[in-house]
Design a protein around this ligand. Sequence first.
Ligand code: G4P
Length: 530
Amino acid sequence: MPSNIDPIDRRRTFAIIAHPDAGKTTLTEKLLLFGGAIQMAGAVKARGEQRRARSDWMKVERERGISVTASVMTYDYDGHTFNLLDTPGHEDFSEDTYRTLTAVDSAVMVIDAAKGIEDQTRKLFEVCRMRNVPITTFINKMDRESRDPFDLLDQIEQELQLHVTPATWPIGSGRGFLGCYDLFHDRLVLMAKGAKGALPELGETCTGLDDPKLDRLLPADAVATLREQVEMARGLCPDFDLEMFREGHLTPVFFGSAVNNFGVRELLDGIGALAPSPRPQPTADRLVDPEEDNVSAFVFKIQANMDPKHRDRIAFVRLASGHFKRGMKLKHVRSGKLMNMHNPVLFLAQDRELAEEAWAGDIVGIPNHGNLRIGDALTEGEDLRFTGIPSFAPELLQRVRPDDPMKAKHLGRALEQLAEEGAARVFKPLLDANWIVGVVGALQFEVLADRIRTEYGIPVHFEPAPYYTARWIESDDAIALKSFQDGVRSAMAEDHDGAPVFLARNAWHLDTVTKENPALRFLKTKEQTA
Ligand code: G4P
């Protein structure tokens, strides 16, 4: 395909969703092979290897150099520009993962052929469904003993309520896995032995399943099974329907073996041909079309301490419209100030590079000292407020203390930074010297303790706190707000921005206080609009 097609049309911004161990890292590596990003592919692999030692995954998070470079990978292949966003693969609920899925236009769902749909796949799929993100399915590890392809398709259809259309059909499985028949292009693609690092062959073009070529190239029983199964599959599954796919109701299914680099070309061609280019982005007032001339963008992720020597952080920004150029000035809508984009970063697969230009659908890293927050908009002047970037109410609250009490002040600063990054909510009670930390998944406490120790050099421990939940309070009546705060000082705190927060002891406490103070709004998240 010529590469001079419209720069927005040619972009595919996507993420891979998978249960840990299904093969996301391996598939990422192979996808990058096609972009010629072999060096990077090695880095992804190295990270995958470390991650496999499960207890070690926090160490992996610490290897920020690698994980950050790998959190967005941009590569060109066959006339398309692919932006692959990494979704962190922890088994615990991860806010970052959910936010990342707000920045993509489609997703690849990787399923282990022996295991079928697993917990994390299901959860991530639900997030995609909420936003009607089109899903392309890759059934991986066909070289191992696997479940019957009909069972797997049926499970997707039944459990995810998603229509399925096989795009390729596997020939055999396990040791007897020979390859696939590409149903969209009538091509026989055989698995070459020992081709792990090479780009696979395009396959043998056929005139259809009746082509005698198949009888020459495959054992007789394999051809017979293939013909029979495809006929059944065609009878059972709907024809591929682009509109249904784009609306998130139907998924094309590819079979393959990532570790053998098999089926990956077909998958990538499928994403190029079928997955949507950058989609319009919702804001409070209107949809922003990617083809609009003016640049607009939103922050969906913040990463601090990428370089331990510098206390800067990078805001990951998804461009919603326009043609972004280095050096341009954009309005930071929340503060109303102009920001100079003098050193934006593009995440080319090989390395980080200064971004000279970028288009709608691209992800750009903006180094900053903390003024950019998740959900913030950057525009050429318009006061846009992007919606749909999820914010999570902290459900678990604990007190955090430094092992060395002299470090309390440093701890406060570390917590503020982590809160700005969106890694946790932090609250400073008015009558207690210790900070309270709010998260949504219990494992996040461990991750935070680990990060505070390694990134800030402060060993800390978490302990139970007598609070049930937190509510940000707002009111149009300043006097009512003040008198409420004065009346319940022992339950009042401030968040990292100094905004007032009510810490309820239990459900009854919250309920009573809410009823007794109708002039106040008790918000579950700071971003929530009443
Ligand atoms: P993840 O990122 O989703 O957690 O999965 P990852 O790619 O790390 O793969 C998990 C394991 O599955 C790895 O094995 C990987 O080699 C293997 N794997 C991935 N794709 C395939 C495939 O198509 N076929 C087979 N047979 N295995 C596959 P490991 O033993 O944990 O590590 P390694 O030593 O093999 O690298």
